[in-house]
Design a protein around this ligand. Structure first.
Ligand SMILES: Nc1nc2c(ncn2[C@@H]2O[C@H](COP(=O)(O)OP(=O)(O)O)[C@@H](O)[C@H]2O)c(=O)[nH]1
Ligand SMILES: [Mg+2]
Length: 238
C-alpha cells in the first residue's frame, strides 16, 4: 500500500501543462455511457468487444461511491440507502476504451441467511460469459473482517484466473495508522500481498489515481498480450 498524501480530488481535468507539479490524471473520463443491465445468468449482456473490468464486493462496501469517484461523476452508479437492493449487473462504456461492469453487492448481513450465496449464479454466469474480462476490482471494507462470501468470491477469481485489484474502502473512517494496520490484517487473513492493495476513500479521494493507474496498467497488459498472441498466430501460420 502506498498512502498518497498528494491525492488531490479536485486536480483532475486541469488543463495539461499547467504546471509541473500538477499530477496527470491517469484516466481522464471523456465519455461515459450506460449500456444496460444483465439480470440473469443467461440474460442480455453487451457484446464482448472492448476489454472489460468488473467491480465486486459486499453490499454496502462503498462500491457505487468508489465507481463514482473513479469516473468523477456524482451519480453514475447509484449510492443506495437500502443496502442489498441491486440485483443486476450494470454495464458502462468508458471512453470507448473499456467496459465497466458493476456487479451486484453480495452478502448483506440482514438478508444473508435467507439469501445465502444467491449472488453466485449471476456473478459466476457473468464471469464465465466474459471472454474480454481483463480483471476485477475487489472491494473490502477497512472496518470489517472478510466474510465467507468475500472468500468465495476470491476463490472463484483464482479458479477462473481473473486478476484482482483489491481496494480497501472507507479508510477515512480510521486514522492513517489504524487503516494501515487493518489493511495488513486483511491481507494476512486472505493471503493477499499488501503491496497490491489500494487504500481508498470516496470521501477524500485517496486512492482514486492509484486505482486509475492500476486499471490503465491492467488494460495495457491485456492489449500487449493480445498483440503477442496475434503475432504468435501469424508466426505459426508463416
Ligand atoms: N466515510 C465513508 N463513507 C463511505 C465511503 N464510501 C461509501 N460510503 C458510505 O457507505 C454507504 C454505502 O455506500 P455505497 O457506495 O452505496 O455502497 P455499495 O452498496 O457497495 O454500492 C453510503 O452511506 C456511503 O455514503 C467512504 O469512502 N467513506
Ligand atoms: Mg451500490
Amino acid at each position: 500500500m502506498s498512502a498518497r498524501d498528494d491525492a488531490r480530488p479536485g486536480s483532475a481535468g486541469a488543463p495539461a501543462g499547467r504546471g509541473a507539479e500538477t499530477p496527470r490524471d491517469p484516466l481522464v473520463i471523456r465519455h461515459l455511457e450506460f449500456l444496460g443491465p444483465m439480470a440473469t445468468a443467461g440474460g442480455w449482456r453487451p457484446e464482448p468487444s472492448l476489454p472489460e473490468v468488473a467491480f465486486a464486493g459486499r453490499s454496502n462496501v462503498g462500491k457505487s461511491s468508489l465507481i463514482n469517484t473513479l469516473v468523477r461523476r456524482k451519480a453514475a452508479a447509484r449510492v443506495s440507502r437500502t443496502p442489498g437492493r441491486t440485483r443486476e449487473i450494470n454495464f458502462f462504456d468508458v471512453n470507448h476504451q473499456f467496459v465497466l461492469a458493476d456487479l451486484p453487492g453480495y452478502g448483506y448481513a440482514r438478508i444473508a441467511k435467507e439469501r445465502k450465496a444467491e449472488w453466485r449464479p449471476l456473478i459466476e454466469g457473468y464471469l464465465r460469459r466474459s471472454p474480454k474480462l481483463v480483471g476485477i476490482v475487489q472491494l473490502l471494507d477497512v472496518r470489517r473482517d472478510p466474510t465467507d462470501d468475500d472468500r468465495q468470491m476470491l476463490d472463484l477469481l483464482a479458479e477462473l484466473q481473473v486478476p484482482a485489484i483489491v481496494c480497501v474502502t472507507k479508510v477515512d473512517k480510521l486514522s492513517r495508522a489504524q487503516a494501515a494496520a487493518q489493511v495488513a490484517a486483511i491481507a494476512r487473513d486472505l493471503a493477499l500481498d499488501p503491496e497490491q492493495m489500494i487504500a481508498f476513500s470516496s470521501e477524500t479521494g485517496e486512492g482514486r489515481d492509484e486505482l486509475a493507474e492500476a486499471l490503465v496498467s491492467l488494460l495495457a497488459a491485456a492489449t500487449a498480450r493480445d498483440r503477442d498472441d496475434a503475432a504468435a498466430t501469424e508466426d505459426g501460420a508463416a
